[in-house]
Ligand binder design. Sequence first.
Ligand code: FES
Ligand code: FES
Length: 207
Amino acid sequence: MLAGGPDAVRAVAVALPHVGRRSIVAGSAPATGIEEPARRIRITHPKEEHVAVTLSLTVNGKAVTATVDPRTLLVELIRNQLGLTGTHVGCDTGQCGACTVLLDGRAVKACNLLAAQANGASVTTIEGVAAADGTMHPMQAAFKECHGLQCGFCTPGMVMSAIDLVNRHPKASEAAIREELEGNLCRCTGYHNIVKAVQLGAASMGK
Ligand code: FES
Ligand code: FES
């Protein structure tokens, strides 16, 4: 029994409100006036709350409702909950561009956004760019035609970025294409054929 009884325990808990859910093992009497044999004081926080948010968005033209932890990344929602694994995760730190999707028509890195930030928005992934009959999007066809891919890991992100690029910059020069694609990394191709693919894709799209 602590000197001072239960009131002394409560006094310590009030004095150390941010210690968290753990035990404190004291090597000597703490500066609280509590004397031997004070050795172990258990302080617990209120139960953690498990919070979830429900989102409504459009993905590849279809209305989607999803309930997620507020910390869920957009790429996690896309891949893990919606099963759209064409969107890749290369670095998870916003550097490689493999996770690029269109959010209301603009290219974004889905590992850099919370799913909640897409609430009410329209998301397009690589699965959503081909025609309903399976005909490839002109930019996809251009990557195939120009051999703009080897292993293909970067390709979904490259295609999504390229579509946004040519929509924003019709008639983009080679230098502009290279500059615009600097946020998408490719470890295989050396980029030359990717640039040619973007030029062909732009022409096919009438850009
Ligand atoms: S996985 Fe998102 S930028 Fe690399
Ligand atoms: S084709 Fe392999 S990473 Fe780009």
